[in-house]
Design a protein around this ligand. Structure first.
Ligand SMILES: NC(=O)c1ccc[n+]([C@@H]2O[C@H](COP(=O)([O-])OP(=O)(O)OC[C@H]3O[C@@H](n4cnc5c(N)ncnc54)[C@H](OP(=O)(O)O)[C@@H]3O)[C@@H](O)[C@H]2O)c1
Length: 241
């Protein structure tokens, strides 16, 4: 664990589209931000985006996962494999083994909170993903993310699982429908909203050890009101002084 007064957060998938939004959110906070990327060519742009420390590594390598999480207090996991994974079906993907490696490393390091970006369609939210996506295009990814969610939920770490609907690059709506524990909700959500929720989770104790589905309210379909969450998300992360 980090022994300074500043909490240190690892962002995986920091060079990706949700990852970039997370970095934007973290810019206004006092967190020491470490970003993981597989490619050294991302180092400069990550620095420009406000990252304090860049670690080059691949989550499919256990030693890289351990190095990435050293002295970290929290993890924001926004990595994921590309759509072609569903067709190529590689034996190991970041959505499964990559998460498992990081969970194992986080337990060893005694990390405080692990926020995992999963997907509607995973586990008991499966009815929120169209059948063609669940059974054909994303079948492989969904199965791996299920394995990852279970490993995290069973790890003993404090976790938050956030399952967004289809991701868009639209500006944040700040008007989300958040449900807990499956339900028949489907819709889309800007990455900016998901990033905001993930960072907010770090300062909202009530959401710990819970699994949420999230879509932008104006896109929500098949909503089951009984599962709507009542938690107040605390949007006051520790700020830069
Ligand atoms: N697309 C959708 O509609 C949708 C819906 C729900 C959920 N999701 C999930 O949301 C997450 C974020 O999606 P996104 O589209 O914002 O991300 P993205 O732009 O595709 O970026 C993915 C990131 O994952 C990192 N990555 C991939 N393999 C890695 C590995 N082996 N080790 C370390 N990092 C690795 C890449 O980083 P480097 O290349 O820098 O290493 C990349 O920055 C994914 O898990 C995705 O499955 C997507």
């Amino acid at each position: 664990m980090n022994e300074s007064n500043t909490s240190s957060v690892l962002v995986t998938g920091a060079s990706g589209r949700t990852g970039r939004e997370i970095l934007r959110e973290l810019n206004d906070t006092s967190f020491h931000v470490r970003a993981l990327t597989r490619s050294a060519t991302n180092r400069e742009s990550l620095r420009e985006a406000g990252v304090d420390e860049v670690v080059i590594g691949d989550l499919l390598e256990q030693s890289d996962a351990r190095r990435a999480v050293e002295n970290c207090d929290a993890i924001l996991f926004a990595a994921g494999s590309s759509l072609s994974t569903g067709l190529l079906r590689p034996s190991r993907v970041v959505d499964g083994d990559g998460v498992l490696n990081l969970v194992e490393a986080a337990v060893r390091e005694d990390v405080g909170t692990f926020v995992f970006q999963s997907s509607i369609g995973v586990g008991d939210s499966r009815l929120g993903m169209p059948l063609w996506a669940r059974l054909i295009v994303l079948r492989w990814t969904v199965r791996e993310k299920e394995r990852a969610e279970r490993a995290l939920q069973d790890s003993g770490l404090e976790y938050v699982v956030i399952r967004p609907g289809w991701l868009t690059d639209d500006p944040a709506t700040n008007d989300l429908l958040i449900t807990e524990g499956g339900g028949r909700m489907t819709g889309s959500v800007p990455r900016a909203d998901v990033a905001s929720l993930m960072v907010t989770a770090l300062s909202t104790p009530d959401v710990l050890n819970r699994t949420y589905e999230v879509v932008a309210r104006d896109t929500a379909e098949q909503f089951n009101p009984s599962r709507q969450t009542t938690v107040e998300w605390n949007h006051n992360a520790p700020s830069r002084t």
